[in-house]
Design a binder for this molecule. Sequence first.
Ligand code: FUL
Length: 503
Amino acid sequence: MTNWFIIKILFTIFFLTPTTQISASNPPPIQRQVTATPPPLPVLPLPTFSQLKWQRREIIMFFHFGVNTFTDREWGTGQESPAIFDPASLDAGQWMETAVQAGVSLAILTAKHHDGFCLWPSKYTDHSVAGSPWRNGEGDVIREFVDAAKARGVDVGLYLSPWDRHDRRYGRTKEYNEYYLAQLQELLNNYGGVREIWFDGAKGPNAPNMTYYFNDWFEMVDELQGSINIFSDAGPGIRWVGNEKGFAGDTCWSTINRTSLSIGDPTTLDYLRTGDSRGTDWLPPECDVSIRPGWFWHKSETPKTVGELLEVYYNSVGRNCLMLLNVPPNTEGLISDADVVRLKEFRRAIQTIFSKNLAGGCSVEASSQRGGVSGGFGPENVVGGDDDIWTYWAPADEYTGHHWIKLVSPKRLRFNVVRIQEAIGLGQRVRRHEVYVDGVRVANGTTVGYKRLHRLEKGVVEGRVVTLRIVGSRATPLISSFALHFDPFWHPNKQHQDKIVLM
Ligand code: FUL
């Protein structure tokens, strides 16, 4: 081959070949590309990044600790001497171990309760740990709490009571708001990342009248902490559920109108519990409840039974909410053994019930599916991982009938709990739904949201085809999980408990 010939070939490859292929008069052959069907449009309002992260925690922990722990009271008077605060064996590491063993990823501590006593050495008051014998007045419970949490990968939240029965400035609006904001700055500037701040609306009937500058507080919080959720009766990040039993409404929307809410207003309790399908704000509820009758530790009190804790779980996490479980440290500065044991039992019970999805081996059918069989929104998505809310079944937009999805099992299934989850990243949609086993209705309800759990009123049921019918929805429903579980602790009616075989 001559040099000239080689040069000609190279010239053809590098210069001529491409131009002949893409000239306008001779377009390239169209190559069929398989592109994915886009997800459906969201239905507003949507959760923020931090709200979505919060929602997926499911159970979080509260620690009520302070002078009340030593006086056996629930609300201190504000007259307590800091000298009574002396938890000889305080070990925040043990609190966090307890939290981790309970599967908790966020722990909230009462930095200051209504009595005004501060668990950190605030430079704006002498009513704090600095005046106590604990660690010779050199201690800082918040610091130990934060360090222990960090060491175990637990996120931190803080409670700073607006109502302060100790401080002389309380009742003088400007002075007290300055004091409160100064303490917020101490707490949110000096202890690293804080993921939740709790503004408690509680206040005694005889408390002096004063205005809290909530807007200043909220803006300050958002300025100092990037990924924080602000809790109060009215948000703006998380709303109170309206009671302290840990129970959400049977209907529970994450959406609500904030303009209809105000902090400390007792007339909106029902609205807080159920939310509002037409609400323009994403403001999901948190269900606070204590493992014992009181929020603070009292020698005479004992923890709730596993059955009672599960009842709270089904009525909070199972109703689209978070369960904020209070576990009070005792006078030693430790979580009592009885509580530690109970929490382990509770955790084990939840794992026993939910670690196995009995629908795992089912094939799945649906009334329609977005983007056709290869669109990526098929019904098989509902039997995948329960924490993946971005993989979901979406019906076709054109489908106008009632939407349904069916689990079909090759062998008889035996279960007493149904779990349904919506892809809330695109908005909360389902208004009404029903569950059938082999054609017989076994459960029905309204909202679903992040997670809806039905403990079947009939107890254990058996069957091969389990159908979820969505009979009302704000837009096409997007279901990320439809799962079946067996709860050995659920006995709705002892007489009929054995088993109900459906046709
Ligand atoms: C209430 C307070 O008055 C209780 O003492 C407790 O802190 C509870 C979580 O909130 O409003």
